[in-house]
Design a protein. Structure first.
Length: 430
């Protein structure tokens, strides 16, 4: 089908913002003696949508006029006569190209126009896309499609009616007011930066064997074992020598210390094993708006599958036993007795004049357990352009193997926000 000099695909804006297609000198625009105007499915669909859903009443009316004109000219024939050297053609079938290969999307109207042209390239020799859209023009030219924009003389000067002006005035007022509101977002701290997700790696640890613990304790005992000197005692060195009862006391204390260290190592492993399946989550609330937010409540929803608690409920690290006091000479025991007899005084005994001087004003989490977990933070104020770090929460999985990724949904309410700010944060367990 190559009986026309030019085959013109027209985008929807050319129908809506320029004179009626029947009133344009297409032979002059395309420098052709004969022209076939082609309307593809994507353009027909967009015109039909704007006829009902476009908020600008002028565009709605224009869409109706264009569609009415097309229906008036449409016949059962594939080609519809417009003028002596101008015909009109409707393509009813959607393009069936390899969308992925062409790098196009079925969800983008501009891509669907280009797809219709690519499908007809073998049928028509001189295809022209009529458009003033810069985005569509650039994309089409990358596909080797010739583009022409209609001359300015054909452009319509659509005046806005009184109702339309009022609508725009209200829209501008709403935009002005929205720009004067706080804009609150909740982020999670990932690598010391606010983010919408965090990746956490959990590593399982192995319990030490009894042989390993025995060998470790043997090394410690050998290092701390008392080694007697070969000095001879006389009347002048009594004060500098180690009495036998001190040496016996030290050896008993050392045995007891080794027993306590065995208990400590077992507790330490349990603590480290617990730490291996424990994660800390730190949150930040950010106000990107132009006004401070006041009286803020942050509600967070966590799924089930772990135990959650706040910082003051964290398991405490076991305390390592103190090494036994080495054998003491009589002189050392006398000096120690003198030190113990002198009363100690500490400035820490004085009550603080202002206990709130270093108070952390960050909100503490209120954790409520249901089938899942609900966490609430409350803040008096968040200034605009400011971010506030919230006290962390801690999550303990039953085991490293059972730990899995999850999503946190949140809602932020403030006294001077008309609607809550909602969002999601993602915890990715590796």
């Amino acid at each position: 089908m190559n009986k026309y000099d030019s085959y013109c695909f027209i985008d929807s804006n050319s129908f809506l913002h320029y004179r009626m297609f029947t009133d344009i000198n297409w032979n002059e625009v395309t420098n052709s003696s004969s022209v076939l105007l082609i309307v593809c499915p994507a353009v027909l669909r967009e015109l039909d949508q704007k006829k009902f859903s476009e908020y600008d009443i002028n565009i709605r009316n224009r869409s109706q006029q264009v569609i009415s004109k097309m229906l008036e000219m449409a016949t059962s024939n594939t080609i519809n006569k417009v003028k002596k050297t101008l015909d009109l053609m409707f393509i009813s079938n959607e393009p069936s190209i390899d969308w992925e290969k062409e790098g196009l999307s079925t969800q983008i109207p501009d891509d669907r126009i280009i797809a219709s042209i690519l499908e007809q390239k073998n049928n028509f020799k001189n295809i022209i896309l009529i458009t003033s859209d810069i985005g569509l023009t650039l994309k089409a030219k990358m596909k080797g499609i010739k583009c022409i924009s209609l001359p300015d003389e054909y452009q319509l000067n659509i005046k806005k009616d009184k109702k339309q002006k009022e609508i725009e005035k209200l829209r501008n007022r709403i935009t002005f007011l929205e720009n004067r509101l706080p804009v609150l977002k909740l982020k999670i701290l990932a690598d010391n930066e606010p983010a919408d997700f965090i990746k956490i790696t959990l590593n399982q640890i192995t319990a030490p064997s009894e042989d390993e613990l025995t060998e470790k304790l043997k090394v410690i005992k050998d290092e701390l074992k008392y080694k007697s000197s070969s000095k001879t005692s006389d009347i002048f060195t009594d004060l500098l020598s180690y009495p036998k009862y001190e040496i016996e006391r030290y050896e008993k204390d050392l045995d007891k210390y080794i027993e306590e260290m065995l208990k400590y190592y077992k507790k330490e492993y349990k603590f480290k094993e617990l730490q291996s399946r424990l994660i800390e989550l730190k949150f930040i609330i950010i106000n990107n708006g132009n006004l401070p937010a006041e009286d803020i409540d942050i509600f967070m929803h966590f799924p089930d599958g772990f135990v959650m608690f706040s910082e003051d409920e964290l398991p405490k690290k076991p305390k390592e036993p103190e090494k036994p006091i080495l054998p003491r000479t009589q002189q050392e025991m006398i000096l120690n007795f003198v030190k113990l007899s002198v009363p100690k005084f500490s400035f820490s005994d004085i009550s603080s004049i202002n206990p709130n001087i270093n108070q952390n004003f960050s909100s503490r989490p209120q954790i409520r357990k249901k089938n899942s977990y609900e966490v609430k933070y409350s803040l008096n104020k968040v200034k605009h352009g400011i971010q506030i770090y919230l006290d962390p929460v801690y999550i303990l999985f039953e085991s490293v193997v059972l730990a899995k990724s999850f999503k946190i949904s949140y809602s932020i309410l403030a006294d001077n926000l008309p609607e809550p700010s909602n969002g999601n944060l993602n915890i990715v367990i590796l």
